[in-house]
Write a protein that binds this ligand. Structure first.
Ligand SMILES: NC(=O)c1ccc[n+]([C@@H]2O[C@H](COP(=O)([O-])OP(=O)(O)OC[C@H]3O[C@@H](n4cnc5c(N)ncnc54)[C@H](OP(=O)(O)O)[C@@H]3O)[C@@H](O)[C@H]2O)c1
Length: 255
């Protein structure tokens, strides 16, 4: 029996990057999947096609998660499309990738990161979590970051936002217990297209991170799939409100 057979999953930001890898991994494990996207329409169509080719149901929904009205639409459409939801993965994140230094101080960029990463995650947990609580229950996994271990001198608002996600995780884990579990994955630097294309990544940052990683490699999105599915599945049934760090040991070097 596949691990996620008969489960219904909404993966946000699944038109590309890590969200795409997650949507396909859930489908391989027998789940039906709602593929959410904001601007990657073609990517979302492709992912939904691959989910169907794996023999699972797929639905597509668009929306900007920093808008509460859009989140209401995403939630309603997702529940209706699959006849309920068992799992939500809040994968959407704005890493402020165009910002190369903390000195590049731009209020609009700061507001945007906080609106997507904190407000958007909160809207998603609030709306989907409320429906899960009123129904059969469910599981919510937020995709956080190892950035909370040592901060980000490049984009401090990104680190603050991911710390904020931990606050949301603990708060909603208590508010929605015992029917809904909420946990966060502390993801490593993983080479999605977004990271690979970043200017500083191509110019030394990758080598620096590699040197500081005891496991001696840079993660791929696939490396983060197992820990995410663990948090989404029954193997983590006695975990809620937790932060699971999965970063190849980065930040232990020199400790
Ligand atoms: N890559 C890394 O090194 C790394 C490390 C640690 C943690 N993470 C976290 O892992 C998650 C995925 O990272 P990634 O590398 O796959 O990122 P990515 O390639 O930059 O993708 C970002 C995703 O978020 C969606 N998105 C952005 N703003 C949105 C908005 N306002 N409303 C709805 N969707 C929005 C995008 O959708 P569209 O393309 O459809 O617009 C896209 O699917 C993020 O939460 C990130 O913070 C990544």
């Amino acid at each position: 029996m596949k691990k996620f057979a008969e489960r219904k999953v909404l993966v946000t930001g699944a038109g590309r990057g890590f969200g795409r890898a997650l949507a396909l991994a859930f489908a391989r494990e027998g789940a039906d999947v709602v593929v959410h996207y904001n601007s990657s329409a073609a990517g979302a169509e492709e992912v939904a096609g691959e989910v169907r080719a794996l023999g699972q149901k797929a639905a597509i929904v668009r929306g900007d998660i920093s808008s509460h009205a859009d989140v209401l639409h995403i939630t309603k459409t997702s529940f209706e499309a699959l006849g309920g939801l068992d799992i939500l993965v809040n994968n959407v994140g704005d890493m402020a990738l165009d910002q190369v230094s903390w000195r590049q101080f731009d209020e609009k960029v700061i507001d945007h990161t906080l609106a997507v990463d904190i407000k958007g995650t909160m809207f998603m947990i609030h709306e989907v979590g409320s429906r899960m609580l009123d129904g059969a229950g469910g599981v919510i996994v937020n995709i956080g970051s190892q950035v909370v271990i040592a901060g980000s001198p490049r984009a401090p608002q990104y680190a603050a936002a991911k710390y904020g996600v931990i606050g949301l995780t603990k708060s909603y884990a208590r508010a929605l217990a015992p029917k809904v579990r909420v946990n966060t994955l502390g993801a490593a630097f993983m080479e999605t297209e977004a990271l690979k294309n970043r200017h500083d990544w191509k110019n030394g940052r990758r080598d620096e991170i590699l040197k500081q990683t005891p496991l001696g490699r840079i993660a791929t999105p696939e490396d983060m799939v197992g820990p995410t599915l663990f948090l989404a599945g029954d193997d983590s049934r006695h975990m809620t409100g937790q932060f699971l760090l999965c970063n190849g040991g980065l930040a232990m070097v020199g400790a």
